[in-house]
Design a protein. Sequence first.
Length: 207
Amino acid sequence: MALRRLIITLAVIASVLWLLAFGFQRDARYIKTPLIATQAAPFTVTLFDPPAGIREIVLSERSESTGEARKLSLADLRGRAVFLNFWASWCPPCRAEARDLEAAWQKVKDKNLVFLGVALQDTEKDSRAFLEEFNITYPNGRDESGKIGVDYGTWGIPESFFLDAQGRITYKHVGGIRAALVIAKLEEAAKGIVSAQEGKGDITPVR
């Protein structure tokens, strides 16, 4: 009986290890997400010092007396279409898309649309240096525990999600993304249009 349990346990462990090895060998662009048309997972992120221009969307502001960090939750953005981008300073395709994302933000920032970047597997120092290097002005924070990335099923970065005003995921893009597509998909999200499938960038995402 004990031998049987041991064999079953070893078989389960072997299966899990095989699945992990299979997943890590696959290009994240070819791993389809089941999240499109579903409600986005809630989260709260501590923002890097955001510019004054986003004050109107940051509902939990730093206290002038206590110096507490500003936090932004997904629930704070309900009622607006959201572009959510996962990135890291050490990620080449993230660097390749950075200027395009800022250009897209500059074109839509006066509309009822929101950009939010979330740094994964990165240090605060390196993340801040990245934002300064590319003059990123839309709000960004760091996924300190890694839970946000797990909840969104990120296999590689960059990965981008588009959410409608009700917090539903309308489109996912794996790999680098250009300004024109960001604007187009964000406008679709604002109208509640759900894409039939996710998109893939030309540059392979990294992990």
